[in-house]
Design a protein around this ligand. Sequence first.
Ligand SMILES: C[S@@+](CC[C@H](N)C(=O)[O-])C[C@H]1O[C@@H](n2cnc3c(N)ncnc32)[C@H](O)[C@@H]1O
Length: 214
Amino acid sequence: MIVLSAFALWAGAASFVARKFNAAGVVTLPTESFLRGGEGKVLDLGAGTGRSSIMVLKARPKATLVASDLFGESFNAHFGEQGTPQERLMANLRAAGVADRATVAQADMRKLPFGDASFDAVVSAYAVDHLGRNGSELALKEALRVVKPGGDFLLILVANDRWMKFSYGPILSHGGTRGAEWWKPRAEGAGFQTLEIGGTPGTLYLLLRRPGGV
Ligand SMILES: C[S@@+](CC[C@H](N)C(=O)[O-])C[C@H]1O[C@@H](n2cnc3c(N)ncnc32)[C@H](O)[C@@H]1O
C-alpha cells in the first residue's frame, strides 16, 4: 500500500512537471538574440500542432514562417489522430492570431524540399532530438543548407536535467543523455557557429548561426 501510494504520488508529480515544462507548456522564445532584426522568413522544423511556430510569430510580429512537419507516426504518437494534422496545425495558428503570416508544409527535416539559402532563420523545438544520432546530424546539415549565410538556427531540445530525470526516470526518452556537449560539436561539424547555449527547466537550447552574410 505504501509503495503504491508513493508510486501514485511520483506519477502525479512527474506528469505535472513534464507537462508544465515540456509537453503542454506554452513556450516562449528562450533568447532575444534569435532573429534580432525581427523580420524575415523562418522555417520551423517539426512544428507539430504549432506551439513553436506560434512562439516565433508572436515574438517576431514582422516575420513570416513555414511550419513544416513530417506529419507521420511521430506526429500521431504525440498528438493523436483526430482530424488531419495540417488542419489542426492551421486551426491553432488561427486561434493564436498568427495564421496570416504562416504556411504549412509536409517535409522530412532529414531531406528538406527547400532550396539552398531560402530562409532567413530556422527554428526547431523538441523535434530534432526525436531522430536518433544519424537523423539529428542529417537535420543539422539540412538546416545549415536552407538558412542564408548569417542566418540563425534556434535549436531547442529536451534537457536531460533533474526535472526531466525526475519525470521520465530510467525511461528518459528524447536522446536522453545528449546534452550540449553532444550537440555543440555536431552543430559546428555541420558548419554552424555557436552563439549561445542556455536552458530553462526541462529545456536546452543552442543559438547557432551560419557563417557569412553581412
Ligand atoms: C514533440 S513534437 C514538437 C512539436 C512542436 N515543435 C512543439 O514544440 O510543440 C515533435 C514533432 O517532430 C515531428 N517530426 C518527427 N520526425 C520528423 C522528421 N523527420 N521531419 C519532420 N518532422 C518530424 C513530429 O511529427 C512531431 O510533430
